[in-house]
Write a protein that binds this ligand. Structure first.
Ligand code: HEM
Length: 425
């Protein structure tokens, strides 16, 4: 279904995708505007594991989200080897830390473990595999990028953060659910309220129910009349339960997965695409190189993911007494793993704080690793690569807007630039 940007309310877009706004405030760490590389270097150099959350180690105290829910001691890890160990050992470092998420989302793979996680993730994995990138690109991504760029091309200047980065991932996911563009922003409003850490629980649960109210009719319709979209795929999936019985995924299981993908897939790729553009605009020689040689698009995206990842921290629950990075950690503690610090570890990358798209690619941890490695990473990479190529094709003279202040990257838990002001004529 080809849709048009006239259906998007620009004021609502501005309100929903404000990195200084309410959602980010509530998540904590949004007012961090320090020198993240220097702060992480200092933390790593004083030890791979600290007996405090990342924010506190960096002198920026907040306890929201997962950190607020657990009264247990909190530890944090800063080097590549340690973070890698935690992510690859789900028996000791468990995703049950996110158990409360299921209260809002419904049953979902983020907080599952063991064979349950393997069974449920196995159902959806193939729709997000690298081999499915053409399905995502041809059905949705190419068209959305085309419409979004067409609407700014005559203007000579734009804020690519709002005009492109924010909308592309949201519209990709909602379109893959069969949701029309004018409803996509409404859905995003509900997601924000559902996540809103500072809001009363009743409001958050009401928003979660409102998401279900929007999606349930699509599920019912797809069961009756299948289409070439993600909800149809989910309605056809069967799961083998613990007793060995096979059954179709129920509506609640589909809705739980949908809420997770809506949350995990739109905010992250929005801010990361903005970071890719921010990094290249800030290094005009490397932007020129990518413009001339498009085989550098992928390396540029990987380097931006490594150099400045949008979600710097994730969490695990420690299930038994253990020793990590030489520090004893008791069962029941929470470990906050700092992907951003791991990705800047000099033991793995030479001169790690330099943005260099020509450096040899080594796997980074921006999408994590282990059993919970980002399910949507190939979709995210495809969105960013298609968007970057299209921007370079359409706007060969792309550069920072000289009349706008240079934006900084903000935030510690959800990181990105508040604007990407460019001129291209
Ligand atoms: C640049 C953008 C993205 C980044 C940096 C990112 C990062 C991550 C990370 C670090 C995790 C692991 C969380 C943990 O282990 O605690 C994760 C999980 C996940 N991501 Fe992404 N993500 C991005 C885009 C997406 C997209 C586009 C989708 C969906 C279309 C998606 C869906 C998911 C899902 C469903 C999980 C949970 C997987 C599981 O628990 O097995 N992500 N993501």
């Amino acid at each position: 279904m080809l849709q048009d940007s006239a259906e998007l309310d620009q004021e609502l877009v501005r309100a929903l995708f404000d990195i200084r706004g309410e959602l980010h405030q509530a998540a904590g760490g949004s007012d961090y505007a320090g020198d993240l590389h220097a702060d992480l270097r200092a933390a790593r150099e004083s030890g791979p594991v600290h007996a405090a959350p990342v924010g506190e180690v960096l002198g920026h105290s907040y306890r929201t989200g997962v950190l607020a829910e657990h009264s247990a001691p909190i530890y944090s890890a800063f080097d590549f080897a340690t973070v890698n160990t935690v992510l690859r050992d789900p028996d000791v470092y468990s995703s049950a830390v996110y158990d409360s998420v299921s209260e809002m989302f419904g049953k979902n793979i983020l907080q599952m473990g063991g064979s349950e996680h393997t069974r449920y993730r196995g159902l959806v994995q193939h729709s997000f595999a690298r081999s499915m990138v053409p399905w995502w690109a041809d059905n949705w991504i190419e068209h959305i990028v085309e419409v979004l760029l067409r609407r700014i091309e005559g203007q000579g200047r734009a804020d690519l953060n709002l005009d492109l980065c924010a909308l592309l991932p949201l519209l990709t996911i909602t379109s893959s659910f069969g949701i029309e563009w004018h409803q996509a922003l409404q859905l995003r409003t509900y997601v924000e309220t559902m996540l809103g850490a500072g809001r009363p629980k009743s409001e958050r649960l009401a928003a979660s129910a409102a998401i279900a109210d929007m999606l349930r009719p699509v599920v019912v319709e797809r069961r009756r009349s299948p289409q070439d979209d993600l909800i149809t795929v989910l309605t056809r999936e069967t799961i083998v339960d613990e007793n060995g019985d096979r059954h179709l995924l129920g509506d609640d299981e589909i809705l739980g997965f949908a809420r997770l993908v809506l949350t995990a897939g739109s905010g992250t790729t929005w801010r990361q695409l903005a970071i890719v553009l921010w990094a290249l605009l800030g290094h005009p020689d490397q932007l020129d190189a990518v413009q001339r040689d498009r085989s550098l698009v992928r390396p540029a995206i990987e380097e931006a993911l490594r150099w400045e990842v949008t979600d710097p921290t994730f969490h695990r629950l420690v299930t038994r007494d253990t020793v990590l990075g030489g520090v004893p950690i008791p069962a029941g503690a929470v470990i906050e793993i700092c992907l951003a610090a791991a990705n800047l570890d000099p033991a793995r990358w030479a001169d790690p704080e330099r943005f260099d798209i020509t450096r040899p690619i080594r796997p980074h941890l921006a999408f994590a690793t282990g059993p919970h490695v980002c399910l949507g990473m190939h979709v995210a990479r495809a969105e960013m690569a298609i968007a970057l190529n299209a921007v370079l094709d359409r706007f060969p003279r792309l550069r920072w807007d000289p009349q706008a202040p240079r934006p900084a990257l903000l935030g510690l838990t959800m990181r990105g630039p508040a604007e990407v002001p460019v001129v291209f004529s």
